[in-house]
Each structure stands twice: as C-alpha cells, then as structure tokens.
Design a protein around this ligand. Structure first.
Ligand code: IVH
Length: 752
C-alpha cells in the first residue's frame, strides 16, 4: 500500500490520512470488502489522532478521528427540527392496505390504473435526523417528540457507515432521516461481551441501540456496533435539481454515499405491495436485523405533496405491521416433558395469549439452568416469544409485576412418566429420567424418532398409533415393529384393512436402508444425521463401529510429540532393525529417537511393547492431542457412542433389527461421494432447518459433489450455515460466531 506523500507537511499528511482512512472505512463498512488489514488501518488512524492532537488548528468536522467519540457531555442540547419528524399510520390486514390505496385514489381523483409505491422494511430501531451543510455532517438529532429532539452529534459520528462527508458534496443544506439499529449477530456478541464484563445485558437490539445512542460518553457509543439506514429526506436546500420520485430520491442519496436498505423495492401497485409484505414476513427471521413491518410510500413526490398530512402522519405512507412476536401473560404451572434420551424439559403452561400470529398456551423453558438464569417463578407475568416457526419460549419474567405469592420451579425427583429416579448432578441442565427404555415417554419418543422420515422413514406411523402400540404392549422396542401382523394391527382403534396393509408395506419397505440412516434411527445420544452418515462412511459396518473405544476416536498419543516428530518416528521404526522388546528395546529408543525423554519411552512401551506393534504404529496415534478420526466426533460424543454400544440392551436390539431383515448395501456405506468439481473445496457447510425444494440429503450431496465438506455442528471452523425455515440453535450459534448464513435461494445461487 502507498504510504502517502513523503516528507509532507502536517496539513498535507492529515488530508491524505483522512482520505485514505475514509476510503478504507467505506470499503470495510459499506462494501464489506476490506483491502488492508485492520492493524494497518489502526496504524494510520493513530497517526492521524496524534497529528491532530499536535495541531488542533487542523481539526475538522469531517475527520474520521471524531468517530472514536469525544469528551463526555453533562446533558444533550435540545434541537428543534426544521421539519417535524412524523410517525406513520398502521395497517394490520390486507384490507387495511386496500383501504389505504382507495383513500389515496379518491383524494387524488386519479385516472391511473394503479398507484406506484416504494416498499421498505420497517426497521425496529431509533429514528434520527442528520444535517449536512455543503456535504459535511454537522448535526444529528433524535426524533424526540417529533418537534424537538436531542443533539446527539458526537454519538452519531461514531457510526462507521454514516458518512461524515458526502460524495460530490452538494452545496447547501441537506437533512436526511433514517433508523439507527444494531443487527442480530452484533447484538448477541454485544450481550456476550456485556455479560463477560458483568455489565448490563440488553433485552433486545432496539433497547441496545437506544441505550447506546443516548450515552453521554460518546467514546462508549463508539464501541457499540451501531448501523444506520436512511429512508427519507427532511428539508433540502441544495443547488441541484432533485428527483421527482421517492425511489429516485433514495438512489440519489445512495449516490452521495448514504446507506440505503438494499431490501427496499419499487412496487407497481398495492397488490404487489401485499405480495412483498408476505415474502418479507417469511424472510423476516433470516434478515440479520429486526423489522416489525413494512412501510409503503407513494412513489410520486408530487402526489405525496398533494396528499399531505393528517394529524401527525402522512396520508401517503403506511406501516403494515407484522404480528407481534412477544407478548406478556401469566405463568400458571410448569410440567416436565421427557424426551427420547430421557432429558427433562420444563414446559410452561400459560394463560393463553395471542403472539406471533397464533394462540399460545405452552412454551418451553429449555432447561433448569435457563430457569435459574432467568429467575422465573410460577405466578410470574412472563414475556413469551414466538418467532416464525420456532417453538414458543419464555424469555423473561416481568419483575415489576411479580405477585407476592410465587412458587419456585422444582425439578421433580422422579420421572413424571415412569416414576424412575431423575438423575440430576451438578449439571442440572441435563437432568434425565433413569428409566431408559423402561420409560414409556422415552420409548414413545425413541419410536417416533426411529420411524421418522430421515431415519427409517416408515410412513403413516404417527404419534397416536405409536401411543396405542405402546399402551397395548404390542411394541416395546423398534424391532417389535417388524413383528406386527395385519391381525394385530386391526385391533387398534381407527385402523381399517387398507391402513393396516399400507402400514405393513411401509414397514417392509423401510428394511431396505443405508447404514447412515440406520445409525441415525438408533438414536445414539447427540448423534445427528450428519454424524451418523460420517460414522457410516468411516466404519462401514455396525460391528466395526461397536468395537471402537474412545481412544480409537481420539488417540491420546505420547505427551509432547508433535505431528512432524510422530511422522519421523514412524519412518524410523519402519526402516530400522529394532530389538524385540524389554530393556534392549528401551535402550534402542533412547539412542535412536532424537530428543526422546524417559517418560515418553515409558508411555510408548506401555502402548506398543514390542517391535512388531511398534513397526505398525500410525503417526496419528503417536501424536499428542491428535485430531478426531471421525469428523465432528469429539470426546463427549465419542464417550456417548462408546457407552451406547457397551449397553447390552442396545446391542441385543441391533441384532434383533438385523435379524428381522433390515439391510443396507455395504458398498454404499464406504463409497466416497462422486465429486464433479471443486468449486467449494476447502469450505465446510452445516445444514439446518426445513427447505422447500430440496431435501437435506440432496443439499448435502450437491455440496459434496462440488468439493464442499458437510458437518453436523456449527463451530468457528464452519464456513457457511445453509439455513432453511424454522432453524433453531445452530442458527443462533452461527449468528453469534458471525458466520456466513445463506438461505435456500442463496444456496441455489451457490450451486448454480
Ligand atoms: S418513514 C413521514 N420509513 O417508523 C414518514 N419510517 O412509525 C416517517 N421507521 O419514527 C417515517 N423504518 O423510526 C419510515 N423505512 C422507514 C422506516 C421508518 C422504520 C420508523 C421510524 C419512525 C417510525 C414511524
């Protein structure tokens, strides 16, 4: 990178530094395409800071140095808006929207077949007004009561995507309005950081943005991940001809370097507007910021002027609100649900409440750690959240409304379904029923999992039927399904001849499967579809998998031996004549292996006591802290897998399943996927959620065919999360890690 004018005067150097920093800041914050490393940017930035400190006369209002914030204020000054900052009328239904369009046509007495609109996501943040004088950002204010706001200029200057100087600096006064917000991934990261520092945790991104903007110490604001999108103008007195539509105005603002929401779209008619609303309602969860509706604005500015205002809202715009995702209600009781692995989940029974577009009377409390963390009691008024297709959850208790008589939520001592003892160690978040397959709930959930589409795919065997089969003791274990006959099925309620035949066919059909599906169906704790497939690929048979111990997955190796030393040791053992065993072998190792220590010799001989085994050792086995042999299987999972196969009840059941005719072609299991190109080589994908046009298997195969790797859990090593609808914790984790997240259309683009 150029280092700027050599031996330049401070004024020249400062000018060069500002331009260079502005350029790189825009590349980073507006275009997401940094050209220089952060450290280099910081170096230039610090140089500017110290030059300006030495030469205060050279300080200007557009210097990027102002972005770090300044001296704390005692209070904010009041600012009277040159033009009131208005609010918007609301629409809640499609009819409201049609009525809005009709009112507009009636007023305009237009003969046009349709009114053109611009649709913009309604960001849930804080409205601000920015004033530019001759292209320089000179003042920024909050909305306040619409007439008078507060001067928060130093705080706004810290927002990296807010230009301090406009491109082509138009002469005169330009006021713009927009929304300041914090996006979802940054919000998660901010709260994690706050928690780590024992500082206040924010309830939602909006509160975090509001709190950050109204700090008297702008140097703290500078550390908050604020963003801004501009959505309209205020008073404009510039010496250029202005566009005559709102859409063109947005494009003009964009050309000045102001950030405009790329989701804003021009619409031909109110019908199109409604379609946009529905599309965005579906996409809402996947946007990286929170929106609470869509704003529709008449596009033609002359028409806007003709329509004017009513009380404090324009007649030419409306906000079509999304159903609220949070509501408050009373927590009546807590029950515990037993899952497939015996894990007890506290479920809140609520006074029914309308939230996220549906009535909700049950919501998850996740686990006892969460209950403790959130400090929730029975009797509390609680905030319930239902977003998209995600299971409703209790977010928090409203402490100001806590009644006198509250009851603690207690983990039961025995399983509510089978009466077995509940095992809850220190780690109460994973309290489990000890009943295993003797617990009806675990049997039911295990069977539901076994027959599910991605496992053995037995169509038509729903919850009700499973429940009956268990109650009548017709099915205990999954293998019992393969013993069912038409006569036995006909005894069940609601099962007629046709249903019974269909079901038996489906059961028969399921016998032809893959090893991966079979392993997934077994319900080994923590082993999801992808890991099951990886285990199948690696071991190729149930026997090989069952024989592996934890050391196999994670060879512990010899302390202090790295990869390259392990490799040279293996080469050495293979090459040389080695004494058979005992003292001579130990002495040989001491003399021939460079830098080997006595305790390493001891460890080595304990594992490989003679020349024959030593000559066969694998470098991966010698290396300390070697990587897992099976992708995604760390120590915890390896322990669970080994424990699963050490349980005789499980191995007996596997044998019964195989005896009843379940089979897979062994060739398939170890066959590598056909790689057609390497466009995605080096990238690791995780797939989560539901997809409309492809199954997860198909997505996985398509990614692998292009050289990509697919794993089951999100980590910092994940390159991309492929996220369908109703995604859960994987999405949250990916957001927290700031990973790239793509939806189904993004995937299609990627796959070409
Ligand atoms: S236009 C005269 N556009 O919604 C028009 N407002 O209820 C005034 N908001 O205070 C606002 N996104 O904070 C407009 N694309 C958008 C918006 C938006 C969010 C907020 C804004 C305003 C409130 C009005």
């Amino acid at each position: 990178m150029a280092s700027g004018p050599p031996n330049s005067k401070p004024a020249e150097r400062i000018l060069w530094l500002r331009e260079t920093l502005d350029h790189h800041s825009k590349l980073y914050h507006t275009f997401d395409q940094p050209e220089i490393p952060d450290a280099e940017y910081d170096k230039l930035f610090n140089e500017l800071l110290s030059l300006e400190e030495k030469h205060p006369a050279l300080q200007t209002a557009d210097s990027p140095s102002l972005r770090v914030g300044g001296q704390p204020l005692d209070k904010f000054d009041k600012v009277t808006h040159r033009q009131a900052m208005l609010s918007l009328g609301n629409a809640f239904t499609e009819k409201d929207l049609i009525d809005f369009d009709k009112r507009i046509r009636d007023r305009l007495k237009t003969s046009e077949s349709a009114i053109g609109y611009v649709a913009e996501p309604k960001l849930d943040g804080l409205a601000v007004s920015l004033t530019y004088q001759d292209g320089l950002f000179v003042q920024g204010a909050t909305r306040g009561n619409g007439q008078v706001g507060e001067d928060i200029t130093p705080n706004l200057r810290t927002i990296k995507s807010l230009p301090l100087k406009l491109a082509n600096a138009p002469a005169g006064l330009l006021e713009v309005r927009g929304e300041v917000f914090i996006d979802k991934p940054s919000f998660v990261a901010l709260n994690r950081d706050q928690q780590a520092r024992d500082a206040k945790v924010f309830v939602n991104p909006r509160n975090a943005a509001a709190g950050s903007l109204r700090l008297l110490d702008s140097s703290i604001t500078a550390s908050r991940p604020l963003r801004i999108y501009i959505y309209s103008t205020g008073p404009v007195e510039v010496d250029t001809t202005l566009p005559d539509t709102h859409w063109d105005m947005l494009q003009w603002l964009k050309s000045l370097g102001l950030p405009i929401n790329p989701e804003s779209k021009k619409q031909k008619s109110i019908t199109e507007c409604h379609k946009y609303y529905q599309t965005m309602l579906k996409r809402r969860e996947k946007l990286d910021y929170e929106i609470d509706g869509i704003v529709f604005k008449v596009d033609n500015l002359l028409q806007q002027q003709q329509l004017g205002f009513v009380s404090r809202a324009p007649r030419w715009a409306i906000a079509h609100k999304f159903p609220a995702e949070e509501a408050t209600t009373e927590l009546l009781a807590v029950d515990f649900q037993v899952g497939r692995t015996g894990a007890l989940t506290p479920v809140a029974r609520l006074e029914p409440v309308f939230v996220g577009g549906a009535m909700v009377s049950n919501a998850t409390l996740h686990n006892m750690d969460e209950v403790a963390r959130k400090g929730i009691y029975i009797g509390d008024t609680v905030i319930v959240r239902r977003a998209g297709d995600v299971i409703p959850e209790v977010v928090s208790a409203v402490l100001s409304q806590r009644p006198a008589n509250i009851t603690e939520i207690m983990l039961p001592e025995v399983c509510p379904e089978c009466g077995s003892v509940v095992i809850a160690s220190d780690d109460i978040s994973v309290a489990k029923c000890s009943g295993s397959f003797n617990c009806k709930a675990q049997r039911r959930e295990g069977l539901k999992h076994f027959v599910s589409r991605r496992a053995m795919n037995i169509d038509g065997l729903g919850e009700k039927l499973i429940e009956q089969l268990i109650d009548r003791q017709m099915v205990q274990w999954p293998s019992d399904l393969y013993q069912l006959t038409k006569e036995s099925l006909l005894q069940l309620d609601l099962v007629k001849d046709k249903t019974a035949t269909k079901l038996l066919n489906a059961i028969e059909h399921s016998k032809e499967t893959t090893l991966g599906r079979f392993l997934f169906a077994l319900g080994i704790p923590e082993v999801g579809e992808t890991t099951a497939e990886q285990l199948a690929q690696h071991f190729g048979s149930v026997e090989a998998l069952a024989a592996a111990d934890v050391d196999y997955y994670l060879p512990r190796g010899i302390e202090g031996i790295g990869k390259s030393r392990a490799e040279s040791m293996v080469a050495l053992f293979a090459d040389q004549d080695i004494p058979e065993n005992g003292e001579p072998l130990a002495a040989w190792l001491k003399d021939n292996v460079p830098r080997i220590k006595p305790d390493q010799i001891e460890q080595l001989l304990q594992k490989y006591p003679n020349a024959t085994v030593l000559k066969q050792v694998d470098a991966n086995d010698l290396q300390s802290k070697s990587a897992s042999r099976v992708e995604g299987v760390g120590e915890t999972m390896a322990t669970l897998i080994v424990a699963f196969f050490n349980n005789k009840q499980h191995t007996d059941e596997i044998q019964r399943l195989i005896d009843s005719g379940i089979r897979w072609s062994t060739g398939d299991a170890v066959m590598e996927d056909t790689v057609t190109d390497d466009a995605l080589a080096g990238k690791t994908f995780v797939i989560t959620g539901k997809f409309n046009n492809m199954s997860r298997d198909e997505i996985s195969a398509a990614l692998k065919a292009r050289g990509g790797k697919v794993t089951g859990s999100v980590s910092k090593n994940t390159s991309v999360l492929v996220c369908g609808e109703a995604a859960g914790s994987k999405l949250t984790k990916a957001e927290a890690l700031g990973l790239e997240i793509i939806d189904e259309s993004g995937l299609q683009a990627l796959l070409g």
